[in-house]
Design a protein around this ligand. Structure first.
Ligand SMILES: Nc1ncnc2c1ncn2[C@@H]1O[C@H](COP(=O)(O)OP(=O)(O)OP(=O)(O)O)[C@@H](O)[C@H]1O
Ligand SMILES: [Mg+2]
Length: 453
């Protein structure tokens, strides 16, 4: 154990409304050579976070009447590189999984096991240092370099080959794929393999942002550009200069902003909101969407010229149900990431292989994270640690109507060699709807259609 005299190993903030836990954890960390502060509420935690540097935050999800979850984004906004370890009771592990999705780095369940907590803090310090090494907002890049993609399928080998081919170039890349298929991950992979890897990777999710907000986020604004613009603010384009700008959910961008973005893509110049001077910018744009942009463009919901300008190099990430070969590799990787020494039992693997994964890789990750909490450390993940995943072969009785629908779907799939996208097109329905029907009828999806189910 490190002596208290030695230089502090990092700054830890303990946020818990229980005095006993605050005291115990403060003692634990002081003893292990950390500088520690403690807070009993959101307000006092934020006060500490505003006043001092932080490396790791231990955050109780239940802070009296408040939720620690609400504190997460504010903590991350104040200290982008801070590692947040969420503390949760067994009964609320779904909240922990949610917290990880919202940016927490790890979680620990009560009663807290001190050696395990210290190990998580070490891990948090490590990743925080990696993140801090890259520029502000470029923090995701470090993760991309450490986390290569996991897969076994032919389809993903194709995706990686395309990505490797385009990565070194400044070409705009458009990523298509359903939710959770790995578009964000692929964007970071591209950046990590480009000559811009040492420069910022900046991300803007265009979904749900008003035109004004998107413009001010993207282009920045001059002081006095609008009410409330009390100071000049640099936009993400400038923050990404020399690096990569990842525009997620580009299909949700308002048409007026699209026009301005097109200008950037054509001239690599832009103006801050309320500004007159044009600035040059050197960014590589990667955009992603789960929408059918071509259709949106044809129907006037997306600018056709921007679509063409961005569609120079498109990569489609297939849904997980079209690449079942990846399921086992991904499941093992997500277990390994939890570092609790778990193995995946055969029956559990079978169950995972038989499921249709409407939430794709993200859903698989969440399920494995949850399993890693439930299974005893160092042991096997079995069916008992997995949620009931609807099997493919349990058709619901839908009478003659259902039988006709099922027959139509099966023959269409056969006619298209099991290619879901092609079958969906032929049937004039969305792929999502077709998946749901497949699951409902227990028809095997993907290349293996027709051989089982
Ligand atoms: N091939 C892969 N190997 C390892 N992890 C993966 C892979 N693909 C996806 N993931 C992980 O799965 C999760 C979901 O991926 P990601 O967020 O990139 O999906 P997405 O397509 O951007 O989803 P959304 O459209 O909802 O934003 C992430 O945690 C990501 O790291
Ligand atoms: Mg994403």
């Amino acid at each position: 154990m490190a002596g208290a005299e030695q230089q502090k190993r990092g700054r830890v903030l303990v946020v818990d409304d229980e005095l006993g836990i605050r005291q115990a954890l403060t003692g634990l960390f002081e003893h292990s050579g950390f500088a520690v502060s403690a807070a009993e509420s959101s307000a006092s935690a934020l006060a500490v976070a505003r006043a001092s540097e932080l490396d790791v935050v231990i955050l109780d999800l239940r802070l009296g009447p408040e939720s620690g979850l609400d504190l997460l984004p504010e903590l991350k906004a104040l200290h982008p590189d801070v590692a947040v370890i969420v503390v949760t009771a067994m009964a609320t592990i779904d909240t922990a999984v949610d917290a990880m999705r919202r940016g927490a780095d790890n979680f620990i369940t009560k009663p807290i096991d001190p050696p395990r907590l210290l190990a998580l803090v070490e891990k948090g310090l490590e990743s925080g240092a990696l993140r801090a090494g890259s520029a502000r907002l470029g923090r995701l890049a470090a993760r991309a370099v450490r986390d290569p993609m996991s897969f076994d399928s032919e389809a993903m080998r194709g995706v990686q080959a395309l990505a490797d081919a385009v990565a070194p170039h400044a070409t705009t890349v458009l990523l298509f794929g359903d939710t959770g298929t790995g578009k964000g991950m692929l964007a970071r992979y591209l950046h990590g393999r480009s000559p811009r890897a040492g420069r910022p990777f900046v991300e803007l999710n265009c979904a749900g942002l008003s035109r004004e907000l998107t413009e001010s986020e993207l282009f920045g604004h001059e002081r006095g550009a609008f009410t409330g613009a009390t100071a000049r603010k640099l936009g993400l384009l400038e923050a990404a200069d020399g690096g990569t700008l990842f525009l997620d959910e580009i299909g949700e961008m308002e048409l007026a902003v699209q026009a301005k973005l097109l200008k950037v893509l054509e001239q690599w110049r832009f103006r801050r909101v309320g500004g007159v001077v044009e600035h040059d910018v050197d960014v590589r744009i990667i955009a992603a969407t789960h929408r059918d942009l071509e259709k949106d463009a044809a129907e006037g919901r997306f600018r056709m010229d921007l679509y063409y300008r961005m569609n120079v190099f498109a990569i489609r990430l297939p849904p997980l149900s079209e690449r079942r070969d990846d399921v086992a590799a991904l499941a093992r990787r997500f277990l390994e990431e939890q570092r609790r020494g778990h193995r995946l039992s055969e029956e559990a693997t079978e169950l995972l292989l038989g499921y249709d994964w409407p939430g794709n890789v993200r859903e698989l990750r969440n399920i494995m994270e949850r399993a890693a909490i439930l299974a005893p450390p160092g042991g096997e993940v079995t069916l008992a640690h997995l949620p009931p995943l609807g099997p493919r072969g349990a058709p619901e009785s839908t009478g003659a109507l259902g039988a006709a629908e099922r027959a139509l779907i099966e023959s269409t799939l056969r006619a298209h060699d099991g290619n879901l996208a092609a079958a969906a097109r032929a049937l004039g329905v969305s792929r999502g709807l077709l998946y749901r029907r497949l699951a409902k009828f227990g028809i095997a999806a993907g290349a293996d259609a027709g051989t089982e189910g």
